[in-house]
Every structure is written in C-alpha cells, then in structure tokens.
Design a protein around this ligand. Structure first.
Ligand SMILES: Nc1ncnc2c1ncn2[C@@H]1O[C@H](COP(=O)(O)OP(=O)(O)OP(=O)(O)O)[C@@H](O)[C@H]1O
Length: 325
C-alpha cells in the first residue's frame, strides 16, 4: 500500500483555553478527494493550517507525505502543497499576470508557468487587467491558479466555490476531477457544498472540534440509516396507500394531486419497491437516497427546514382520517 498523503492521529489543537480540535483522526490517500465539512468554528481551517504546517498540534501526531509539516521538512513540503484560502485577497494594483508571477517566484518557479495557468482557469483574456477590476469569481479563479502553481500533489481548497456562478462552479469541479485523475489529493473545505458528492471520494464532518463522521457517501448513508425518499405518481387514494405501507414503517405525504412523497426505512426498501411496482395504479416512481446535505444535517444534529426549501408544502396523510393539511 502506498503511504498516505495525510495521516492525522488523535490530533488536538488548543488556542489558550479554547479547544479547536479534539482527538481528530484522518487519513487521505493519493488521488483521493475529501470533503471536509462542518459549521462555523467547527475546526476546518484549523485542520488546514495544521496540514500546511502554519500551526502545530497540541496533541497527537500529524504526517504529511510522511513528514511533520511544521518540522525540518516544512519548506520542501510546501512546494508539494497548493492552498486556496477562504476570502482570498491579492494586490489590487497588480494585474492577474503580475500576481501569479509573484507567487510563482515565491515558489522559485519560472514565469513560463503563469500564462498557461491563467488560461487553464479561464483568465487568459483578462491576465493583463488589474485585479481591482476582477469580479469575485475571477478573483476566485486567480486564487485557484495560485494554488496550482508548481503542480502540487496535495491541494487544500477552503470554500472554493463561494462567489462562483453555476458555470464557473461546474468548471471548478471539472478541474477537481482532472486533478484526481492525475493522482493529486484534494481537500475541499466547506459548510456544505451542494452538488459536491459526485466529485469527492470521502466526506469528513467536523462539529465543535470533533470528528462526527467520516467515510464514503455510501458508508455515511449506512451509518446514518436515514430513510430513502420515494417520489410517487399514483392514481390510488393516498390514505389507502399510506395504510398499506404503514406496516413497513413508511411515512407518506401528499406533495400534489396524485403525487406522494414516501419516507422509506432502508430495511424496507425492496419490499416497498416491489409492492409499488406491482400496483397497477403506480404511474411513476423515483428513488432518492439521502443527499450529502441531509447526511450532514443528520450528523451535525441540526434540523433542516426542508419545507422552506420546497415550493409547495407537503401534506401529511393520516390513514385513519384521510388527507390532512
Ligand atoms: N488563532 C486563533 N486563536 C484563537 N482561537 C482560534 C484561532 N483560530 C481559530 N480559533 C478558534 O478555533 C475554533 C475553530 O476555528 P476554525 O477557524 O478552524 O473553524 P472553521 O471550521 O474553519 O470555521 P468557519 O467555517 O467559520 O471558517 C473557533 O472557535 C475559532 O474561534
């Protein structure tokens, strides 16, 4: 087995009396993409800074490419790391080209890399404009180009898609996929990134400095054991259907005329699907496993206001009393 890129074992970090990280363990392999999630103050940036060697753990051990990131190998290690900080800021009076050239020199890399990198992040057309004329998304792209200088083997990206429009977000994830394909390891740090699950291998959820859960999305789904959502179009009376599915532990809500939303316990999935598929009144059904957002909400212990996010509130069905508002 190849050596892990990051090995964090029971790491703790205190700032005076405040415990920012407590007994956090984490490994990251070559070419793996990890989504590091958590609420404000959960300890995400502290973890990044530890990996970058900017601060030292109070307890536990941390190795990056097999070395202590704050030790003797720190300078060499930094050349293998790319970091996009949250709220990235640059010298406003310089052009994008000049900014990137400056950072390339800091990494002792020649000017030759600057233009291709700016083109790679879609800033080729604006490279000679001053940064003060750049939009938020353009600045974020410049930040990404800065993080990519020197072809790092580990990228730490803090809130990378904040301020990016949907197309730019898509391009960004395309780049993450490409990096992964080249064996680069990536940590994407965020509260929650909508749409991120297709692009990450694993997620780690921090809460108040502790690791609440980590694993692949499938592993997190198993651990959370959240119900699956089945969206159903049916000609059957909602209360009848709710009654017949009740023994499976299914919770049914009406979400429109002839439309139902069913919360199905994982253990009852196949039995319920068989029953629905065999019913001639079933017109259509779609199965939705728990999203990363709902897994995050589950592990974080917060209750998401799903109703507020949906256009029409669902209607609860009581098998005894029929459909109720
Ligand atoms: N230099 C510091 N001195 C004192 N406390 C700090 C320092 N850096 C971080 N903290 C504290 O450590 C805790 C974790 O902070 P951290 O910045 O790692 O959180 P985060 O998960 O990145 O949050 P956010 O999503 O808001 O960026 C917070 O309570 C924060 O106030």
């Amino acid at each position: 087995m190849t050596q892990p890129v990051i090995e964090m074992s029971a790491v703790g970090k205190r700032f005076g009396k405040l415990t920012a990280l407590d007994e956090v363990s984490l490994t990251l392999g070559e070419g793996e993409v990890l989504g590091l999630m958590g609420h404000n103050g959960a300890g995400k940036s502290t973890s990044m800074k530890l990996i970058l060697g900017l601060i030292r753990p109070t307890r536990g051990t941390l190795k990056v490419f097999g070395h202590d990131p704050g030790g003797a190998a720190a300078n060499d290690l930094r050349l293998r790391l790319g970091y996009l900080p949250e709220n990235v800021q640059f010298y406003e009076q310089l052009s994008g080209f000049e900014v990137l050239d400056y950072f390339a020199r800091l990494k002792r890399i020649g000017t030759g890399v600057v233009k291709p990198l700016l083109e790679r992040v879609g800033l080729g057309h604006a490279m000679h404009r001053r940064v003060k004329t750049y939009s938020k998304g353009m600045r974020q792209r410049l930040g990404l180009a800065q993080a990519l200088i020197g072809e790092p083997r580990l990228m730490l990206l803090d809130e990378p898609t904040v301020g990016l429009d949907p197309m730019a977000t898509r391009d960004f994830y395309g780049m993450v996929d490409e990096l992964r394909g080249r064996g680069v390891s990536v940590i994407l740090c965020s509260h929650v990134l909508p749409g991120v699950e297709r692009h990450i291998d694993r997620a780690a959820i921090l809460g108040q400095g502790r690791m609440l859960a980590s694993g692949s999305i499938d592993e997190l789904r198993q651990a959370a054991d959240l119900p699956l959502v089945v969206r159903l179009r049916t000609a059957r009376a909602p209360e009848r259907l709710a009654e017949s599915l009740r023994p499976h532990g299914v919770l049914a809500r009406q979400s429109g005329e002839g439309r139902l939303e069913l919360e199905v316990p994982v253990r009852a999935k196949m039995a319920v699907l068989r029953e629905l598929a065999a019913d001639p009144e079933t017109a259509d059904l779609a199965l939705e496993p728990p999203t990363l957002e709902s897994l995050y909400a589950h592990f974080d212990g917060t209750i998401r206001d799903r109703a507020a996010a949906e256009p029409a509130p669902a209607t609860a069905i009581d098998a005894q009393q029929g459909v109720s508002a």
